[in-house]
Design a protein around this ligand. Structure first.
Ligand code: CA
Length: 616
C-alpha cells in the first residue's frame, strides 16, 4: 500500500481523493438512483357493502378471510366512501380524480375519444413508464373505450370472471407481461363478485347449479339481515346467495395475493383495495345512503403503512384516490383534479380538514335522470333529491331483485314496509340522518326543529361544495324549497334526455341518406347596414321522425358576443325568414349569425355559425 501511494505524485493524489469522494457519494445515492419504481396492484370488488368484510364489522363469520389477511398488512379506513352508488360513474371518479359533473361520466354513457380532455390513471402511469393491465369492468373504468391499456387480461367472451382461481391466473399473466416489457406494472383487477348473478341464484331467485363454488356457502338461516331491509325467508335466501358471492370475491382476492407472492413482487408492490359501492339490494346500490357508499378501503404501501393499522379519524373520498396514487408512485400531479392526495395520512400524519365527503347520483344504467346530491360527516348524512315530486318513480338495478319484489308483497299487509317501499319509489326532496346512531338511514330527521342548526350546517357545506365544483345543480339546490322550480329543472333535464334520443334519430337518418345533409343552413343578406333590418333565411330539412324542433338563430357582434337570439319552430323541409334589427353601433364593425337546432348548445342536434361580415 505504501508503495502504491509512493508512486503517485502529489497532484495525482489530490485528483484521486476527489474521485474517491465522488464515487463514495454516488455509492450512497445508489439505492435512490436504482430503486425500482414500485408496482401498483388495484383490486376492486363489484357491489360489495363495506360491512360484509370481516375486519369492517361483518356479523357473519368467515365471509372474507383473505381480505382480512390483506387488512392485517395494510392501513384500512373506517370512514371511506365512494362518490356514486353505481358502477361506471363511481369507477370513473376513482380513476379521474374528478366528480361526475366534471368528468362528464354521469351515468353509463361513454364519451368519444376526442371529447376526453383530462388525464386518467391509465394515461398518467403509462407516461411514467408503467405497464398497464386490466381485467373485467373494462368499459366501465374509463371515459371512452377502447382505452389503450397495454393488456386486457381476459379471454374474450369465454372469460369466466366468476371463477375465483382465474383471478390468480390473470394477475400472473399481467405481472409476467410487465416483466417481459421491462416495466413496473399497474394492474387494475376488477373482481366480478358479488355483483349479480349471485352464486347459484337464478334470475327469479331460485337456486340453480353453479360450478364456481365459493370457499364457504352460507345458509339463509345464518345470514345477518341489514337494518335497511326486512327479515323474511325470501330476503334471507337472496342474502345467503349474496354472502356466498362475497366469499367467492374473497377467494379471488386470495388467488391474486398468492400470485403476487409467487412472482416475488410482494415487497415492491403497493396494493389498493376497495369496492365500487354497496350491495345490489334496495337502499344500498344506486343510492347515496351510508351503506350505498361506504367502501372497505385498504392500502398496503410497503415500508410506509403500518401493518394492521386502522384510520378512524379521517373521512376519505374516492375522488382523492388518483392524486394519492400519483404521490405514492412519485408521479407529478397534472392539476385539474377535484380530489386531493391523502398520502400524508398513509404516512401517519393528520389532515384535519377531512371531516366530510360529498356524493352524487345523476343517471341510472337505463339513462333515467334522478339527480341527487349528498354530504356525509362521521355523524350525519344529508341527501337532496330534486327529482322527488311525489309521483316520479326512481327505477334502478335493485328494483328487480327478489328482495324488492318480496318487500312489495309484504307491504300490502305491513304499513312499515309499505312506507319503506313508498320511500324507495318516490323518496322525498330532502333527508337527514344521524348516521352515528342510524347508519341504516331509517329515521329522517329533516323536519325536526331540534336538528335545524345541524341540517343548516350540512346544507351550507353542500352548497359551498356545489359552488366550488361548478355543479349544475347549484341553482335548484338554492331554490330547493320551491317545488315548481324543482319540477321545471327536472323537465329541462328530461328534455335534454329526449334531445339525446332525437340526436340518435337525426344521426341515423343522416347516415342513411346517400349524401349526408345538414339539418339547417343559414343564408345571410348580401349587405348589412347599421340601424336597419337584416333578414336571415333559415333553410331546414328535418327527417320526418324528428318532428317539430326549436331552432335558435343568433345575431352576434365582432367579438362573438350575443346581440340578439330568436327562437323559431321548424319541422320537415322549408325556409323560415328571421328578421333582426341591426343596432346603430356594432363593436368591431362586424356581425355573424349562428343557428342551433334545440334549446341550447349542450343539447344541440346541429350548431353552425357564419363567418363575420362587415356592417356598413
Ligand atoms: Ca358495481
Amino acid at each position: 500500500m505504501s508503495r502504491f501511494f509512493a508512486e503517485i505524485r502529489p497532484g495525482e493524489l489530490r485528483f484521486s481523493v476527489t474521485m474517491i469522494r465522488a464515487l463514495l457519494f454516488l455509492f450512497a445515492l445508489c439505492p435512490l438512483l436504482f430503486a425500482a419504481q414500485p408496482n401498483l396492484l388495484i383490486i376492486t370488488t363489484d357491489d360489495m357493502s363495506c360491512d360484509s368484510v370481516g375486519v369492517f364489522g361483518c356479523k357473519l363469520k368467515d365471509t372474507t378471510p383473505n381480505m382480512d389477511r390483506l387488512a392485517a398488512q395494510s392501513l384500512r379506513f373506517n370512514h371511506a366512501h365512494v362518490v356514486v352508488g353505481n358502477c361506471m360513474p363511481s369507477r370513473n371518479v376513482m380513476w379521474s380524480g374528478k366528480y361526475p359533473h366534471n368528468n362528464r361520466i354521469e351515468g353509463f354513457r361513454a364519451m368519444g375519444k376526442q371529447e376526453k380532455d383530462y388525464p386518467v390513471l391509465g394515461d398518467l402511469v403509462k407516461d411514467a413508464g408503467y405497464f398497464t393491465g386490466i381485467r373485467h369492468k373494462v368499459e366501465h373504468s374509463t371515459p371512452y373505450s377502447p382505452f389503450p391499456w397495454d393488456m386486457v387480461l381476459s379471454e374474450g367472451k369465454k372469460d369466466d370472471v366468476k371463477n375465483a382461481a382465474s383471478w390468480g391466473g390473470a394477475a400472473t399473466k399481467g405481472i409476467e407481461a410487465a416483466k417481459q416489457a421491462g416495466k413496473p406494472f399497474c394492474l387494475l383487477l376488477n373482481i366480478a363478485d358479488p355483483h349479480k348473478p349471485f352464486y347459484a341464484e337464478g334470475n327469479k331467485g331460485q337456486t340453480i347449479p353453479d360450478d364456481n363454488v365459493p370457499g364457504k356457502v352460507f345458509t339463509p338461516e345464518e345470514v345477518p339481515v341489514p337494518g335497511f331491509l326486512h327479515d323474511d325467508p325470501v330476503i334471507r335466501k337472496e342474502l345467503a346467495h349474496y354472502y356466498s358471492s362475497v366469499r367467492r370475491a374473497d377467494d379471488a382476492v386470495g388467488a391474486i395475493l398468492d400470485s403476487l407472492k409467487s412472482a416475488g413482487q410482494e415487497e415492491n408492490t403497493i396494493i389498493v383495495f376497495l369496492s365500487d359501492h354497496g350491495m345490489p339490494l334496495p337502499f344500498a346500490k344506486t343510492q347515496l345512503y351510508h351503506h350505498s357508499s361506504r367502501t372497505p378501503l385498504m392500502i398496503r404501501w410497503p415500508g410506509v403503512t403500518k401493518d394492521g393499522a386502522v384510520d378512524d379519524e379521517h373521512m376519505i373520498s374516492t375522488v382523492d384516490l388518483l392524486p394519492t396514487i400519483l404521490d405514492m408512485l412519485q408521479i407529478a400531479q397534472p392539476g385539474g383534479f377535484d380530489g386531493k392526495s391523502f398520502a400524508a395520512v398513509l404516512k401517519g400524519d393528520k389532515q384535519p380538514e377531512r371531516t366530510m365527503v360529498f356524493k352524487e347520483h345523476n343517471e341510472n344504467a337505463g339513462g333515467q335522470n334522478t339527480p341527487m346530491r349528498a354530504v356525509q360527516t362521521k355523524d350525519w348524512l344529508y341527501v337532496f333529491s330534486p327529482w322527488s315530486n311525489g309521483t316520479r318513480v326512481m327505477s334502478g338495478a335493485t328494483a328487480g331483485t327478489s328482495t324488492c319484489r318480496q318487500m312489495r308483497v309484504l307491504a300490502s299487509a305491513n304499513a312499515q314496509i309499505a312506507a319503506r317501499i313508498d320511500l324507495f319509489d318516490h323518496r322525498v326532496p330532502e333527508e337527514a340522518y344521524e348516521v352515528r346512531y342510524d347508519p341504516d338511514a331509517l329515521t329522517n330527521l329533516i323536519a325536526k326543529p331540534e336538528n335545524a342548526a345541524q341540517v343548516a350546517t350540512l346544507e351550507k357545506a353542500l352548497e359551498d361544495w356545489m359552488a366550488r365544483t361548478h355543479d349544475p345543480l347549484l341553482e335548484v339546490f338554492r331554490k330547493r324549497d320551491d317545488a315548481a322550480f324543482r319540477e321545471q329543472f327536472m323537465k329541462s333535464l328530461e328534455e335534454k334526455q329526449m334531445g339525446r334520443k332525437d340526436r340518435k334519430t337525426a344521426n341515423s337518418a343522416l347516415k342513411k341518406a346517400d349524401e349526408p345533409k345538414a339539418l339547417i343552413e343559414l343564408e345571410i343578406p348580401k349587405t348589412i347596414t347599421l340601424g336597419q333590418k337584416a333578414i336571415v333565411k333559415l333553410k331546414h330539412q328535418f327527417p320526418a321522425d324528428l318532428g317539430e324542433k326549436p331552432v335558435q338563430v343568433t345575431l352576434k357582434g365582432g367579438s362573438n358576443e350575443r346581440i340578439e337570439r330568436k327562437e323559431v319552430k321548424a319541422s320537415g323541409t322549408g325556409v323560415i325568414e328571421v328578421t333582426f334589427d341591426i343596432p346603430a353601433e356594432v363593436p368591431g364593425g362586424k356581425v355573424s349569425f349562428a343557428g342551433l337546432v334545440g334549446k341550447s348548445i349542450q343539447d344541440a342536434l346541429q350548431h353552425l355559425q357564419t363567418k363575420p361580415v362587415p356592417v356598413k
